[in-house]
Design a protein around this ligand. Structure first.
Ligand SMILES: NC(=O)c1ccc[n+]([C@@H]2O[C@H](COP(=O)([O-])OP(=O)(O)OC[C@H]3O[C@@H](n4cnc5c(N)ncnc54)[C@H](OP(=O)(O)O)[C@@H]3O)[C@@H](O)[C@H]2O)c1
Ligand SMILES: [Zn+2]
Length: 368
């Protein structure tokens, strides 16, 4: 097997911890000697050993003269665990192959430099774009200081989120809904607008066996209209964060606070609460990924603010029609076709009787 296949295997290993590593990246490592895999590892969760350490431990003496594959540069700083670069040097590895550098300012090429200074051959760049998309949340957080935003919606073939009487449950089928719960389990925070909260009363939890929900469940609610009886307040999994405007009523804040929500005041933007303020507040709480689940007004303002990194749309084979029905992207929309944002790295697949389309409006740049 060549370098590329070994790196693909690292990503496959790393993906076993999807949703569990934040604020760390997902990392997988392989130790390969004479074409034989003698060690493999992945990083399970913060505080646990790094992937390289696990793979080197499994390889033991057989790591001597071997090649280490890892999807992101080994760390060179003392964190919750000792620097991996030291373990690699001690194990007498001969060559290291990584997809990308680690944009963490404490590493940022320092790992590769230290390995080269120790006499190792280090190759960087194979499978870089794939590895960057794989760790899109971590890269967005480390390089731009904001969470990576994925917009998700279940829509009719004609792009409607709900009927004119605001009915949307359920446009898509059971299998698509299960996939939604998986997406929720993989994200640090989920957000909806107050319109969706009032219409659908969602819990915003991830349901399923052995599933841990997102750390934050977020509502954009300028005037704190969230009812005290809202189902999301009755659930203990994941903190509830209500973003409101500067002049929301203090008594509503106190009541919602007593019901378990945290209220954060932010500025108003052109179309509702300021996305800059919201993303900055979430970043300060080490939220690397945000799943936007609607509704129409929230998705529209997010499209217009240019904050969406990726779309995950599930199309059901039905038509809703009507100009009063809610659209995925309302408002003014795009005038010139040439200015219409086009998705990149598009994938589509079946979800029962429905179809998922996934693609990037902003793909992460691999740090090389
Ligand atoms: N099919 C699907 O996947 C799906 C998903 C979600 C929702 N839905 C449907 O969509 C409908 C709700 O959509 P909606 O458009 O009425 O409401 P929405 O997008 O859920 O909430 C919009 C409201 O949020 C507040 N808000 C605060 N900051 C905002 C900002 N930056 N951008 C946008 N809104 C902001 C505003 O109310 P204030 O000024 O009062 O704060 C605004 O009117 C429901 O019928 C629901 O069933 C469908
Ligand atoms: Zn490390």
């Amino acid at each position: 097997m060549g370098d590329r296949q070994h790196l693909e295997e690292c990503i496959r290993l790393a993906s076993q911890a999807r949703g569990a590593t934040s604020p760390n990246p997902m990392v997988g490592a392989l130790v390969v000697r004479d074409d034989e895999v003698v060690g493999r590892g992945f990083h399970r969760c913060p505080g646990d050993p790094h992937a390289e350490r696990v793979a080197l431990d499994e390889a033991g003496d057989r790591a001597r003269g071997a090649t280490l594959y890892v999807n992101i540069e080994p760390c060179s700083h003392q964190g919750r665990t000792p620097p991996c670069v030291d373990s690699v040097l001690q194990a007498d590895i001969e060559r290291v192959v990584v997809c990308t550098l680690d944009p963490d300012p404490r590493v940022s090429g320092g790992g590769v430099e230290a390995l080269r200074a120790g006499g190792l051959q280090v190759d960087v760049g194979e499978l870089a774009d794939e590895a960057a998309r794989f760790n899109e949340a971590y890269l967005s957080y480390k390089t731009r200081g904001v969470p990576f935003v994925t917009a998700k919606a279940a829509i009719s073939l004609d792009g409607r989120l709900a009927t004119r009487s605001r009915e949307s449950q359920w446009i898509t089928g059971e299998i698509a809904r299960q996939r939604t719960h998986q997406l929720r389990a993989e994200t640090d925070a989920i957000a909806v607008g107050i319109g969706t909260l009032l219409d659908d009363d969602p819990r915003l939890t991830a349901r399923g066996d052995n599933v841990v929900g997102p750390r934050y469940r977020v509502v954009l609610d300028t005037n704190l209209r969230t009812p005290l009886a809202a189902k999301l307040l009755g659930e203990s999994s994941g903190r509830v964060l209500l973003f409101c405007g500067p002049d929301a009523a203090a008594d509503a804040e106190a009541e919602l606070g007593a019901a378990g929500a945290e209220v954060v005041r932010v500025h108003r933007g052109d179309n509702g609460l300021s996305w800059d303020d919201i993303l900055a507040e979430l970043a300060a709480r080490e939220v690397m990924s945000l799943l936007l689940e609607g509704g129409s007004a929230v998705l529209t303002s997010a499209f217009e603010a240019g904050i969406i990194g990726k779309l995950f749309l599930v199309y059901a084979p039905l038509l809703i029609g009507g100009s009063a029905a809610l659209s995925l992207w309302g408002g003014e929309g795009i005038g010139e076709l040439a200015a219409a944002p086009r998705l990149r790295h598009v994938r589509h697949f079946d979800l029962g009787d429905d179809w998922a389309v996934e693609g990037y409006l902003q793909a992460p740049e691999p740090p090389l």
